[in-house]
Design a protein around this ligand. Structure first.
Ligand code: SDX
Length: 436
């Protein structure tokens, strides 16, 4: 980071000594005011619940321009990566900072494919769950359990351990998600087949049975691979910040990623794709497009607690570029599957059109985000609604690991330990129970 010529001066109306705070510039995006010395010099904390104005770290991985609706992975626009690269190329880029050449690409793809199986004991963890357990509950357990199998790669401060843990997690997430799905429908687990692509392997583990050969549909394979690319990383979102904070204690990478899975589950975050599909299904059941106006009135009524799921974003105050690409993917998949008249897709398109013309949404700069169309395309592929967020977690694992490794490889990193504004009871004396 580059020191700015401009300083920030903090002064107090009670005449307390003012202080100069350095300002740093990044490559692009907002400058930051360095407050690291603030408490030591003033005895005061800053206050920013939800971190709306707080940079928790410096990073070289992903940049979002919320006003422009721009998303760059290591400087490459998401629109270019979604067309010219595949998910494993994107993993290489996020982990190592550059797109692989053909030799690096081949080696990396092979390394990942060599780690797609999980220890046979993992299936006994699944048996502890009810068949109808939510897949995100299962995934939180399975990913955390991976740390029990890899004692040789759990020293987060050892670069080799970090590298093999990254490869193992990227390789095994599809296997675990597919196992969670097969367990929920009472079908046998399908082992990975390593002559397939990453997405093709996942499709086969999800939809094949031992009774017949499974043929990967290349249009669906490409669509799924693009869905993985679109979800791979997104700077310091809630689950990534969770992984960073968890990993800052020095815990093993599997435990830190399990914490990210747990955070992603929330409907305000990764769980929004499931919530959005449920919302569309509910409106459709009540009458579809004819009921959109009534639904929008509910959304605009603060007391209803109803939100237009898949809309709005803390950073994007313009169209989420991933939503545009997801909508295109949606059209491709629905056409391939002969579902171009899918009522939910038509309902989503009309909801989007109405919202983008409505003052409530325009005034609040609420646009479709990545979750708005992702559920429709996954449902069309045959993925159950409850599994959507597990697939989001599968794709986001590489981003979590890249961000965790970036933090740990910074010699200056410390354990994260925020402070607070205390508004509770001041010191008081315990009274004997008969006097309370
Ligand atoms: C993801 O951070 C990331 O990068 C996340 C993510 C990633 O890739 O990691 O992009 C993935 O989590 C996408 C977001 C998925 N969530 C949803 O689609 C759930 C619906 N969206 C909202 O819950 C909300 O928009 C958030 C949580 C996403 C962002 O909320 P903020 O930034 O805290 O903003 P806010 O809740 O304060 O909203 C500002 C105003 C409020 O109205 P007023 O109080 O000003 O009158 O906009 C309203 C909100 O009520 N609003 C919505 C709305 N989202 C915000 N009103 C109706 N429907 C919505 N969806």
């Amino acid at each position: 980071m580059t020191p700015s010529d401009v300083k920030a001066t903090l002064s107090f109306s009670d005449g307390s000594p003012s202080m100069d705070l350095p300002i740093y510039k990044g490559t692009v995006g907002p400058d930051v005011i360095d407050i690291r010395k603030l408490y030591g010099q003033t005895g005061k904390f800053t206050y920013d619940p939800g971190f709306l104005s707080t940079a928790s770290c410096q990073s070289t991985i992903t940049y979002i321009d919320g006003d422009k609706g721009e998303l760059l992975y290591r400087g490459y626009p998401i629109e270019q990566l979604a067309v010219h690269c595949d998910y494993l190329d994107t993993c290489y880029l996020l982990l190592y900072g550059e797109l692989p050449n053909s030799e690096q690409r081949g080696t990396f793809h092979q390394r990942v494919l060599n780690h797609t199986m999980v220890n046979e004991q993992m299936q006994f963890f699944l048996r502890g769950f009810r068949r109808d357990a939510h897949p995100m509950a299962v995934m939180t357990g399975l990913v955390g359990a991976l740390s029990a199998f890899y004692h040789d790669s759990t020293d987060i401060n050892n670069p080799e351990h970090r590298e093999i843990a990254a490869i193992r997690l990227i390789a095994k997430m599809p296997t675990l998600v597919a196992m969670a799905y097969k367990y929920s429908i009472g079908q046998p687990f399908i082992y990975p087949k390593n002559d397939l692509s990453y997405a093709g392997n996942f499709m086969r583990m999800m939809f094949a049975t031992p009774c017949e050969e499974y043929k990967v549909n290349p249009v669906i394979e490409r669509a799924l691979d693009r869905i993985f690319i679109l979800h791979a990383d997104h700077e310091q979102n809630a689950s990534t910040s969770t992984v960073r904070l968890c990993g800052s204690s020095g815990t093993n990478p599997f435990a830190a990623i399990a914490a990210g899975v747990a955070c992603l589950w929330g409907p305000a975050h990764g769980g929004a794709n499931e919530a959005c599909l449920n919302m569309l299904t509910e409106i459709q059941a009540k009458g579809g497009v004819a009921k959109v106006g009534e639904f929008m009135n509910q959304v605009k009524d603060k007391n209803s607690g109803v939100k237009l799921m898949g809309f709005g974003h803390r950073v994007y105050k313009n169209y989420d570029p991933r939503a545009k690409l997801m909508q295109e993917t949606c059209k491709e998949v629905l056409l391939e599957l002969g579902l171009e008249n899918d009522p939910l897709f038509k309902l989503a398109m009309s909801l989007e059109k109405i919202a983008l013309e409505d003052d409530y949404f325009v005034a609040r700069k609420l646009y479709p985000n990545v979750d708005f169309y992702s559920g429709i395309v996954q449902r069309a592929i045959g993925i159950p609604v409850q599994l959507f967020t597990a697939i989001f977690a599968l794709a986001r694992t590489v981003g979590w690991i890249a961000q965790l490794n970036e933090m740990i490889s910074d010699p200056e990193y410390k354990i994260g330990r925020p402070r607070q504004l205390f508004t509770g009871a001041a010191a008081r004396t315990v009274k004997p129970v008969e006097q309370r």
